[in-house]
Ligand binder design. Structure first.
Ligand code: MG
Length: 277
């Protein structure tokens, strides 16, 4: 099997999105995942035209919700995704609207951070399974996959969760750096465990915290952290994943563009090596 592994770029649709899009175009990156802009800024025809003029295919639309904060791990637990109970209903409605927006853009994958999925024995677990199922069913009605971003829980919990939701279009966007930043386990082992569900990846790097799981690891430019990317690519090939390698660098401004540019060189070199083996 010959994999293409086209490069991709994660583009948050904030005020800098056009700079990121033009950087992707300059770097000849052919695909992008986008973080959905707020509802009032979802100008489908403009976004479609700008990406098409840049010759970049949008592969995934990520959900983001008002009130989410990644300030520290306890704040993520309280504020991110569909897990916080006080926000669940409203966010489920928003996520469905984002899937509709993806549909209008002609994109067949919607993704999100569910939040910290509880352990299966915990009281809220079944309710979180139900909400994921309802969203996956909505995506299925649009002909879409629903991708869960990795990182906030251990691989075994995510695997159990996917099996309990039991929807054929439910899959994973695997982010190896998140596993390190959240201290949720060795990313290569996790990938080997979850491989058959992987339908998207983030190429992002990070360093382990001194006390993993209690404090954040540090996100760093590609190749400077603890993700073993050669092993990562080999595991992706073993899992028969041939989709985009989407670079994610979670800073803003000119340094972000510089790091992305170096990231492209790094990935192209590695991809070459993996293909030869
Ligand atoms: Mg990510």
């Amino acid at each position: 099997m010959r994999c293409k592994h086209p490069l991709g770029l994660f583009i948050a649709m904030d005020q800098e999105w056009k700079n990121r899009l033009s950087a992707a175009q300059d770097l000849k990156i052919p695909t992008a995942q986008i973080l959905a802009p707020p509802e009032s800024e979802r100008d489908v025809s403009l976004i479609k035209k700008m990406f098409s003029d840049a010759d970049i295919d949008i592969t995934v639309v990520f959900c983001g919700f008002e009130g989410e904060s990644y300030a520290d791990i306890p704040t993520v637990k309280k504020s991110v995704g569909l897990v916080p109970t006080d926000k669940r209903k409203e966010r489920l409605a928003q996520a469905k609207k984002i899937a509709d927006f993806a549909q209008e853009l002609g994109v067949s994958q919607t993704a999100l951070h569910m939040g910290f999925i509880p352990e299966p024995h915990e009281s809220d677990y079944q309710a979180v399974v139900s909400v994921a199922k309802e969203l996956a069913e909505h995506c299925q009605s649009l002909g879409q996959d629903l991708l869960l971003e990795t990182g906030q829980e251990k691989a075994r919990i995510l695997l159990q969760f996917i099996e309990d939701v039991n929807m054929p279009n439910l899959a994973i966007n695997f982010d190896p750096a998140n596993m390190i930043m959240y201290g949720s386990g060795d990313p290569i082992k996790a990938l080997n465990h979850l491989g058959k569900y992987v339908k998207g990846v983030h190429c992002k790097d990070a360093k382990w915290a001194e006390r993993p799981g209690e404090e954040w690891g540090e996100e760093v430019p590609l190749g400077q952290g603890d993700v073993k990317f050669m092993e990562f690519f080999t595991s992706l090939l073993n899992a028969r994943y041939c989709g985009p390698l989407t670079i994610e660098r979670e800073i803003v401004g000119e340094q972000q563009i510089r790091d992305i540019s170096r990231g492209v060189e790094y990935l192209v070199t590695l991809r070459q090596r993996v293909w030869k083996e």
